[in-house]
Design a protein around this ligand. Sequence first.
Ligand SMILES: NC(=O)c1ccc[n+]([C@@H]2O[C@H](COP(=O)([O-])OP(=O)(O)OC[C@H]3O[C@@H](n4cnc5c(N)ncnc54)[C@H](OP(=O)(O)O)[C@@H]3O)[C@@H](O)[C@H]2O)c1
Length: 266
Amino acid sequence: MPVFGLGTWRMGESGRLRQAEVDALRLGLDLGVRLIDTAEMYGSGEAERIVADALEGRRDEVFLVSKVLPHNASRAGTLAAAEKSLKRLRTDCLDLYLLHWEGPHPVEETLQAFVRLREQGKIRHYGLSNFDTATLQDAHAAPGGEDIAVDQVLYNLERRAIEWDLLPWCQERQIAIMAYSPLEQGRMRRRRALEEVARRHGATPTQVALAWTLRLPGVVTIPKATRPEHVREDVAATELVLEEDDLAALDRAFPPPVEAAPFETL
Ligand SMILES: NC(=O)c1ccc[n+]([C@@H]2O[C@H](COP(=O)([O-])OP(=O)(O)OC[C@H]3O[C@@H](n4cnc5c(N)ncnc54)[C@H](OP(=O)(O)O)[C@@H]3O)[C@@H](O)[C@H]2O)c1
């Protein structure tokens, strides 16, 4: 799985921005982005259609991720939701299909549907999102759970709680963490350390924040950007390698957890 992708939350919500959103994803592809994250929830399906437009003639270039809404995630509901996502995305196979968060249906049912979809060749891999350590461990112990490939969770410099136990638990089992909202939705505080590390590398604070999420093995980052200058800046962050001094400075400004902390979601 590529370690850098583009997100699509909030895409498809405004007709005025639609073309800019398609163009942003296409620009990302042109710059070498090889993963796109979407969900049936985003824009009530419209984000998936935007992704399909951006991927016209280029589906093979991308590792494509979508998600089923929890209230659809019964066994039959997941199978039906996947069909609808495939249709909107104008593809016959998703590279990764996730349960968006834990909902009313037992996760065992969702996993059964994921296994069936994989047998049918409609998805290649499956995983979960917004599962904390305990709920992920339960799911992992259920039939089909041993093949959970990903937990997509909130992770950025300001939201480091997963480092306490979720991240190491996943790393031990080769379950990738997909860091969502890696830019804290554009609200990352401008700490001096972030500015200084950026200056040392001739980079921007945003690029440092993204490179920081990629410092560990098994972590994938998926910023969302519509403005072309943001897409360019974010993609260029994949070239930035932070050194020990940088990481130490960032740890002082954005301390890692020293005890178990409540699991955070957006
Ligand atoms: N599984 C889940 O529950 C879940 C939850 C949240 C997010 N996600 C996924 O993760 C993706 C990313 O998270 P997110 O969209 O919440 O937030 P994010 O990526 O942390 O931040 C997106 C915001 O940052 C701005 N931005 C991007 N690059 C920038 C740059 N170089 N300089 C300044 N601002 C920049 C964007 O502006 P413009 O758009 O105007 O360029 C947008 O307003 C989502 O799109 C979605 O695919 C999943």
